[in-house]
Design a protein around this ligand. Sequence first.
Ligand SMILES: Nc1ncnc2c1ncn2[C@@H]1O[C@H](COP(=O)(O)OP(=O)(O)OP(=O)(O)O)[C@@H](O)[C@H]1O
Ligand SMILES: [Mg+2]
Length: 504
Amino acid sequence: MQEELNILIQAQYPLIYLVTSEEERAERTIATIAQMKPQQRRVFIWTVTHGIIEYGQPRHTTHQHNTLSPEAAIEWVIRQRDPGIFIFKDLHPFIDSPATTRWIRDAIASFKGSQKTLILMSPVQQIPIELEKEVVVIDYPLPDLAELNQVLSNQLEQSRTRRITTDTREKLLKATLGLTRDEAEKVYRKAHVKTGRLTEAEVDIILSEKKQLIRRNGILEYIEEDETLDSVGGLEELKRWLRQRSNAFTERAREYGLPQPKGMLILGVPGCGKSLIAKTTARLWGLPLLRLDMGRVYDGSMVGRSEANLRNALKTAESISPTILFIDELDKAFAGTSGSADSDGGTSSRIFGSFLTWMQEKTSPVFVMATANRVERLPGEFLRKGRFDEIFFVDLPIPEERQEIFKIHLSKRHRDLERFDIEQLAKVADGFSGAEIEQALIAAMYDAFAQEREFTQLDIIAAIKATLPLSKTMTEQVTALRDWARQRARPAASSVAEYQRLEF
Ligand SMILES: Nc1ncnc2c1ncn2[C@@H]1O[C@H](COP(=O)(O)OP(=O)(O)OP(=O)(O)O)[C@@H](O)[C@H]1O
Ligand SMILES: [Mg+2]
């Protein structure tokens, strides 16, 4: 990161947009770059509260020549003769003003051959069209292991902890990946305050703090799932695919020459286990599962806010990688981005664009697991080959699969399978999804429980008969989805099941 920024500055890029909420950390990096030979430069910082102040000077220093207004500040920058780096913090609320934009363009023009660089630093990216061609945007990444190591070393020193093993150190460091420097400092301190030490035993405290911090930003959510792949009935092909990739994110796989899996899209009929399988994959692969709530990404309170939200969430996911990024109901998240007139000033199509770009370009091991059940609402770009490693289609279960699902849910409720004629149940539940089978079972249990007795085969049959499954109420949609998916997606069920399905 420092290197990239250094190169841009050395190469005399006049305008850099640094997206970050970690001002101090970013300032320090810039100051370090400014000190580097051969071309040492002074660093100045503008804020709307203090005007321009040289880096390192105390805040109460009187600001330079009435530079509180952005225009005056930029003018001042233009007048400077010496090489310098000029950081403008939070200029984004002013940047759409015609005068400010024009002053920035004038500044850029005047910088030619003068070793001056303007850096706009802000947590949101907002660039007027006039500047788009002139600016380089850099996303200031969250601290890496090396930087976290400094934070940890400081904490250990302060707490006078004796040496810790490399192994413990690594665990403590990994536990804070995904946090800002300040946050990492805080959780180390908190863990230390709680127990008076920092050892492997404190990793759990740190992890739970991290989960809270990630939850607080409200867009990503850590999901803990106890279910394993065995609690999913049917979908043999899909399971086989996933099992085959259990070690896909290991060093060993890289050495073997395998590419990292990028992601998968699971399409299908509602209630057939799409979300369930996505969640169990995290267990299978031993990776953390982060759910990206697209609904929360959208925020109309401020221009650029939604983009910033998405960017931050993806940045966090990357820094926690290897990880699975779970986007449930992708169709809802990006509904309306294709074609239809923009009702939200283009925000959703910009978000969609940034997301696609990220998927295309990401190099960090973040596996995107997306689900959807309305293909017609899904922008076509998602379905193009190469975007996801595979697109699976999850259909309604065939009788054998329904038997499996009955068995899974009866066993989950600790019932003796011998007491039930599962074959018959599966037959009666024709057209039922996994979720509907589970619901029927629960309904039967409630009925019997209210009468203070154990539920029986007949209770389940009665509950099934009382249910009108979605496949009957929404026959058209389900048929359309099937027809569509048959040609474009890979069936999630085993080939035997697929064969039997065709015979119906
Ligand atoms: N194949 C299955 N095996 C076992 N249980 C299942 C299966 N399919 C669905 N279920 C049960 O139904 C519940 C709901 O399923 P899930 O949320 O995974 O469906 P979905 O395909 O994501 O539906 P939607 O499209 O409505 O989001 C699961 O938590 C599980 O208990
Ligand atoms: Mg779902």
